[in-house]
Design a protein around this ligand. Structure first.
Ligand code: SF4
Ligand code: MSK
Length: 601
């Protein structure tokens, strides 16, 4: 393991052999890995939270300057979020509420004292644990700054104390920055509901102008969607010899436009270079996060214009089109126009004939509706089916792809094994795209891959056994869904009582570490594949696993072998079922549509 937190180093220490056992300053293995781990959490939480801040800014613009192109699509959600943030809604105009919500959300980032508001959506016993351990975030930026401070040379030298702050910063992401991003995006662009789409490189078109959007923030991609549908630009594309405009996505931007518009997904993070290599991409438009620095060189091999848009993410060799939320739609039009003008420069094109259908858009609200029906939306049927054993439990399988393993293999094999064991899987990020490509997100996959009980539930409700819930910031949807399962009743008093588990089989980004820590701190058993850079310190690894379980009810595990990872998750879910006294399934009636209609309203 290595520390380069000061210039007396870098210090490499050898925890297992004859080499140095401490850094030059005396830092032990556990302190070095705790500081490194803490800094990964800080970076990941910062990325998600800065995304949330931009969305809050866009909401303010939508309310104050509709000419920016942004508008409020979901007034119900605006009112719901307003109540959480303590904004008055009665007898007020939508615009007034939206301004207050945006300003309150922006204030949460710089808040210095108190508790961030979305924390209060967690079950009461969970909040009590956080308060007892002094883990409730005071403000998002504050927790990230304090974590960076504590991990400088010569400050916090107790690995447990470092991780208390690491946990507080991670919670400020999951229940703060990421949740603000998700909830405010739903207000601005609509809450996702089940929608059909297609996935894999075969969604690129021979005959259309192909525009690939890649990165994370829908404040850009939503405007590109609007621009690409404008008649004037479509006609311009036709005048250049194309049939139309084909807007597709990569990575989490892909998930955002898929969930809200059903637009095609060209691939996940490891397919961004492959999309360019088809020779069919007129423009790849990027904003922030997960964008390979290799792209400018690669784009030189073809006619593809690589267009950066964020002041936070410039790339030498790319064309920079500054995107400001103030004139968002106008900038989007200019970018689409540039892509169209590039169509005649296309050379040889080679698009793989690979694509797959999927259904995506399972927001927490959509799951409530699917399970409970229009008038009595509820998680009760889900809880009921977990109690009666048709569904053994729920797993969140999320995160990146990593070239240390065969592309997508970790995600697909894990998810197949989980659903075969009657575990309903909820997904986000690149992991969701991996399983969609493998055909796991169509309802028919339940018959082919799911266990008998889960397949029966999927057949009744008409849903796939693997639910696509969105992008990386949308992991906050899973937190809300877990809280809802607790509040619905029958499965314990806290998230840590639920028969659920989480996994990131191919993680690579620092953001995944922040996500892992906030899930663990929320009470979820979470397994990561491809190793975790803390395993050189047995003391610290024991802290993340056994000691975290005692303190928080959730714990980390690391297991690169996918089948052993599945076994760990299934064993954990079985352990929780036993603790709840539901390990021997009892017969319960499955709610079909007719029975739902009979329910009193
Ligand atoms: Fe080495 Fe300590 Fe400096 Fe880290 S902080 S580089 S362990 S001297
Ligand atoms: S994009 S963070 S590679 S999931 Fe959210 Fe994919 Fe991981 Fe980026």
């Amino acid at each position: 393991m290595c520390c380069r937190n000061c210039n007396m180093g870098p210090c490499r220490i050898d925890p297992f052999g004859e080499g140095a056992h401490t850094g030059v300053c005396g830092a032990t293995a556990e302190v070095i890995v705790a500081r490194n781990f803490g800094r990964m959490i800080a970076a990941g939480a910062a990325a998600h939270s800065d995304h949330g801040r931009d969305v809050a800014h866009a909401l303010l613009l939508a309310a104050e300057h509709p000419e920016s192109g942004y508008s409020i699509k979901n007034v119900n959600k605006l009112r719901k979020v307003a109540r959480i943030l303590g904004v008055a809604v009665e007898n007020r105009e939508t615009k007034e509420i939206a301004i207050d919500v945006a300003q309150k959300a922006l204030a949460v980032f710089g808040q210095q004292e108190g508790e961030i508001p979305f924390i209060h959506l967690a079950p009461e016993p969970r909040q009590a644990i956080w308060r007892r351990l002094n883990l409730v975030p005071r403000g998002i930026d504050r927790e990230i700054v304090e974590l960076m401070h504590r991990t400088t040379m010569g400050t916090d030298q107790d690995h447990r104390n470092i991780m208390l702050q690491g946990t507080r910063a991670a919670l400020s992401d999951g229940w703060g920055g990421s949740m603000i991003a998700t909830e405010l995006q739903d207000i601005l662009f609509g809450t996702p509901s089940p929608v059909r789409g297609q996935v894999n490189l075969g969604v690129l078109s021979q005959r259309d102008v192909n525009i690939v959007v890649h990165g994370h923030e829908p404040v850009l991609s939503e405007m590109l969607v609007l621009a690409a549908r404008e008649g004037e630009l479509v006609n311009l594309a036709k005048s250049k010899g194309a049939q139309g405009i084909n807007l597709v996505g990569i990575c989490c931007t892909a998930n955002e436009i898929l969930l809200r518009h059903g637009l095609p997904v060209a691939g996940n993070v490891l397919q961004q270079e492959l999309a360019v290599l088809t020779g069919a991409v007129e423009a790849m438009i990027v904003d922030v996060q997960c964008i390979m620095p290799s792209l400018p060189e690669l784009c030189k091999c073809h006619h593809t214009h690589l267009i950066t848009t964020s002041a936070k993410g410039r790339m030498p060799g790319a064309i920079h089109h500054p995107f400001s939320e103030e004139n968002a739609l106008q900038t989007a039009r200019e970018i689409v126009r540039e892509a169209i003008e590039n169509f005649p420069n296309r050379g040889r094109v080679d698009i793989p004939d690979e694509k797959m259908d999927l259904i995506a858009g399972f927001s927490h609200e959509a799951i409530t509706y699917m399970l409970g029906g229009r008038f009595r939306g509820s998680y009760l049927p889900l809880n009921d089916n977990i109690v009666n054993g048709r569904i053994r439990g729920v797993a969140g399988v999320v995160g990146c792809c990593n070239p240390k393993v065969v592309h997508d293999q970790g995600h697909v094999e894990l998810v197949k094994e989980l659903i075969a064991n009657d575990i309903l899987v909820v997904q986000t990020g690149c992991s969701a795209i991996a399983c969609a490509k493998a055909g796991l997100m169509i309802p028919e996959s339940a018959e082919q891959y799911a266990g008998k009980g889960l397949a029966e539930v999927c057949r009744t409700v008409g849903m796939p056994p693997v639910l696509h819930s969105g992008s990386c910031v949308d992991n906050s949807r899973i937190l809300i869904a877990l809280s809802e399962m607790v509040k619905t009743g029958g499965l314990g008093r806290d998230i840590s009582d639920l028969p659920v588990a989480g996994a990131a089989p191919e993680w690579m980004s620092e953001k995944a570490i922040a996500i892992g820590q906030y899930f663990v701190a929320s009470g979820v058993f979470t397994v990561f594949g491809v190793g975790l850079p803390v395993q050189g310190s047995e003391v610290f690894y024991r802290h993340l696993s056994e000691e975290h379980e005692t303190m928080l009810g959730g714990m980390w595990a690391v297991e690169p072998d996918i089948h052993r990872m599945a076994s760990l998750m299934i064993d954990h879910i079985n352990k929780k079922r036993k603790a709840l006294g539901i390990d021997k399934g009892k017969e319960r009636v499955l709610f079909d549509m007719e029975m739902r209609r009979e329910l009193a309203i």
